[in-house]
Ligand binder design. Structure first.
Ligand SMILES: *Cc1c(COP(=O)(O)O)cnc(C)c1O
Length: 228
């Protein structure tokens, strides 16, 4: 099968499964962010032809050249990886949405670079959903999310859109996403425009849909297994 047919079939399958879940749950369809990390720009071009509007990348040094190659396509680029402050400037040059804001020093680093953009950078607060949070997994502690929301809302050039979470390696994704939903409700109480919930990957998107996800981040189900 050629790559276009393979991507078309995978995309059709996952979209129909998402639609079936949404119908059963009586909810709206989410935005599908196809996570294209490790795959070539040519795959992103094919996905765009197949109607994909949103793509996700987690490494700045990989995403920037792909973005620059495909800049004429009308795609929304989501930066979904943990971000060091020294990459804030580069990411602000290709991302439309940053899903991984998790600490004040990153907000401060972004505040110094986003003025060069034509439009505000949409940001999500990444919340650590692990039972015993560890730094390397990324995300702020749940109890710090509201304070971070306040800081973002005071920062010119950043637009707070909501929250993002990754299910823990162990334990229930359903319970983790339920905790994320509660935090999302708290943040939305502070800013009603911040109504996005980015949750759910190839292995756990049904649980995310059940818990109000507005944006799914799906990679391998569409593109195949990654080799690094
Ligand atoms: C890689 C990645 C995804 C997609 O994972 P799949 O299991 O391939 O769907 C989603 N979110 C984040 C943060 C990722 O790094």
């Amino acid at each position: 099968m050629d790559r276009r047919d393979e991507l078309a079939a995978n995309l059709r399958d996952v979209q129909s499964d998402i639609a079936a879940h949404c119908q059963r749950l009586g909810r709206e369809l989410p935005t599908l962010v196809v996570v294209t990390k490790t795959w070539p720009a040519s795959d992103i071009g094919l996905l765009a032809q197949l109607g994909v509007t949103d793509v996700g990348e987690n490494r700045d040094q990989e995403a920037k050249p792909k973005h620059d190659e495909l800049v004429e396509l009308d795609l929304t680029w989501h930066a979904i990886g943990q971000l060091q402050t020294n990459k804030a400037k580069s990411v602000s040059q290709w991302a439309d949405v940053l899903h991984s804001v998790d600490r004040p020093d990153l907000v401060n680093a972004l505040s110094k670079v986003v003025h060069a953009r034509a439009r505000a950078l949409k940001v999500l607060i990444q919340v650590n959903l692990d039972i015993n949070p560890r730094d390397e997994r990324g995300g702020c502690l749940p109890e710090n999310a509201l304070e971070l929301a306040e800081l973002i809302s005071q920062t010119n050039g950043l637009e707070l859109k909501g929250v993002m979470g990754v299910a823990p390696l162990e334990g229930s994704a359903d319970e983790a996403f339920a905790r994320l939903k509660a935090i999302a409700t708290e943040i939305r109480g502070f800013d009603e425009n911040a109504n996005w919930i980015s949750a759910g990957m190839s292995g756990d998107y049904p649980e995310a849909l059940k818990n109000g996800a507005t944006h799914l981040r799906i990679g391998s189900t569409v593109l195949g297994h990654r080799t690094y």
